[in-house]
Design a protein around this ligand. Structure first.
Ligand SMILES: [Zn+2]
Length: 431
C-alpha cells in the first residue's frame, strides 16, 4: 500500500515520489527564482529560475540522504526499510517495525539529523574553498551552494524539535522509554509534546501571516508554511497518541474480560441428523457450537461437518464422534493477555478462538467483534451494534483500527515477539 510513483531502488529500498512533491518543487523554483531575480540584477530569468530549480532538486537530494541515514542505521539493527517517499513536507522512511531497544531507536532517529549537519558543514566548506581559490566561478553556483548549506542547517535544527513525528520527538520517546523502562510512557509524552509544539508552530505561523509577528524577518510565506507544518505535526501526533492509547488498552485486557458466552452446547449423543435439522432452522455463523456428553466437553462442531459426512450415515453418527477435540482447535486460557489472544487468532486464520478454563472446559469464545467492543469500551468510545455485527460476519477489524498489527507491536516492544510506525520529517523552506 504505497501511494506515488516508484522511481527506483537504493540499498534495496524502494524509492517513491508523491504527486505533492512536484508541487513543492515548482513552488521552490518559483519562490527562489523570483527572489534571486530581484536580488541579483544581472541575472536573466532563465538563470534565476534555473538556479531555483536546481536548488529544489539539491534540497530533495539532501532530504533523501537524510532519510538514507535513518534507513541504513535501521537496516544495521536488523529492521527492514519498506520505502522512502519524498512528498510535500520532505521525506519519510517507513520501517517495518519499531526498534526493540530505546538505544536502537535513538540511534535510528539521530542518524538523519547527523547526515544533515554533515551536509551543512560540507557545503559551507566547499563554498569557503571556492571563495578562496576560485572566486571568479559562477555566482549562481555560490548562491545555490550557500542556500543548500543553510537549508541543511534548518533541516537539522527543525528535525531536532522534540515532538513526534519529528526526529527529536523520536529521540525524546527513546529517552523517556529508557528512563521509565516503559515504551508506552515514552510514546505518550513524545506524542503530547508533538501536539503542543504543532500548535505553537501553527499559532506563530498564523500570527506571522497576519503580520502580528515576523519570524526572523523572513517573508510571510514562511508563516503560511508554519501553519501547514504545525497542522501536519498535530495530525501525526494525535494518531501516534491514539495508537499508544490502543496499545495500553490491549495490555490491560485479558481473554476473560473480552470473552462472551455466544455459544451453544449440543448433547454428544445426538445424531448428525438431529444436528442437521437444528442447523436448517437456526444456523448462525457468529455462534460457536460445542459438544458435551456425560458431563465432559467433547469438542467443537460446525455446520461444515454435514458436507463431509454422507447423508446415509447421519442417523448412525453421533455428534461426539465427529467433534474436533478442544485441544486441537485454536484456544487460549482465561488469563491470556489480549495481545496474545489476537496474535493467536491471526496466526490460526480462524475468526474465533475458544477460551478454556483451568479444568479444560469451555469458558467462553472470542471473535474480532468482541475484541473491538472491549477495546472501544476501555477507551471510552462506543461502537455501534451494526459495525460490530459487520466485524463479526466479515472477520475483519475496522480499517482505522488494525488490531492485529497493533497487537504485534505491543508484543514486539515487550520483547515477546511489527508495526509500520515511521520515522518522519518535515522540512522547512526558507528563502
Ligand atoms: Zn529524520
Amino acid at each position: 500500500m504505497q501511494s506515488g510513483w516508484r522511481i527506483g531502488t537504493l540499498f534495496k529500498i524502494p524509492l517513491f515520489i508523491d504527486p505533492s512533491w512536484f508541487l513543492i518543487v515548482a513552488f521552490l523554483t518559483f519562490q527562489n527564482g523570483s527572489i534571486w531575480q530581484q536580488r541579483y540584477e544581472t541575472w536573466t530569468p532563465t538563470m534565476a529560475y534555473g538556479a531555483g530549480f536546481i536548488m529544489a532538486l539539491l534540497l530533495f537530494a539532501s532530504v533523501l540522504l537524510h532519510e538514507l541515514g535513518h534507513s541504513l542505521v535501521a537496516q544495521s539493527k536488523g529492521i527492514d526499510v519498506t520505502s522512502i517517499k519524498l512528498f510535500l513536507f520532505g521525506g519519510v522512511a517507513s520501517i517495518e517495525k519499531e526498534p526493540q531497544k530505546p538505544g536502537d531507536m535513538f540511534q535510528v532517529a539521530i542518524a538523519g539529523p547527523l547526515v544533515s549537519v554533515f551536509l551543512w558543514i560540507f557545503c559551507t566548506f566547499i563554498v569557503a574553498l571556492l571563495l578562496k581559490y576560485a572566486p571568479t566561478i559562477s555566482p549562481v553556483a555560490f548562491v545555490i551552494l550557500s542556500s543548500i548549506a543553510s537549508l541543511n542547517l534548518t533541516l537539522t535544527l527543525f528535525n531536532l524539535i522534540p515532538g513526534l513525528p519529528l526526529d527529536g520527538g523520536q529521540m525524546l520517546k527513546a529517552a523517556i522509554w529508557k528512563k521509565s523502562g516503559d515504551y508506552l510512557t515514552g510514546a505518550h509524552w513524545a506524542a503530547r509534546s508533538g501536539l503542543w509544539l504543532g500548535w505553537i508552530i501553527s499559532i506563530v505561523g498564523f500570527s506571522d501571516v497576519l503580520g502580528l509577528t515576523s519570524l526572523l524577518g523572513l517573508p510571510e510565506v514562511v508563516g503560511f508554511w508554519g501553519v501547514l507544518i504545525g497542522w501536519f505535526m498535530r495530525q501525526n501526533a494525535v494518531s501516534a497518541d491514539r495508537l499508544t492509547d490502543v496499545q495500553a488498552a490491549l495490555l490491560n485486557l485479558d481473554a476473560q474480560s473480552v470473552m462472551t458466552r455466544n455459544y451453544r452446547v449440543f448433547d454428544g449423543h445426538q445424531t448428525l441428523r438431529q444436528f442437521a435439522e437444528e442447523m436448517v432452522l437456526k444456523s448462525d455463523p457468529t455462534v460457536a457450537y460445542f459438544v458435551a456428553s456425560d458431563g465432559r466437553y467433547r469438542g467443537l462442531v460446525t455446520a461444515d461437518v454435514l458436507q463431509t459426512i454422507e447423508r446415509s450415515l447421519w442417523d448412525s453418527t453421533k455428534l461426539e464422534d465427529v467433534a474436533q477435540p478442544l485441544q486441537s482447535i485454536p484456544h487460549v486460557i482465561e488469563k491470556t493477555p489480549l495481545p496474545e489472544v489476537i496474535q493467536q487468532m491471526e496466526r490460526s486464520g480462524n475468526d474465533r478462538i475458544t477460551v478454556l478454563s483451568p479444568a479444560g472446559a469451555v469458558a467462553g469464545v472470542i471473535d474480532r467483534g468482541d475484541i473491538t467492543r472491549a477495546v472501544g469500551e476501555k477507551l471510552g468510545f462506543g461502537i455501534s451494534s451494526t459495525l460490530l455485527q459487520q466485524i463479526k460476519t466479515s472477520g475483519d477489524y475496522p480499517p482505522g483500527l488494525q488490531l492485529g498489527r497493533i497487537a504485534d507491536s505491543v508484543l514486539e516492544f515487550q520483547g515477546k515477539n511489527a508495526i509500520g510506525v515511521t520515522a518522519e520529517e518535515v522540512k522547512e523552506e526558507s528563502a
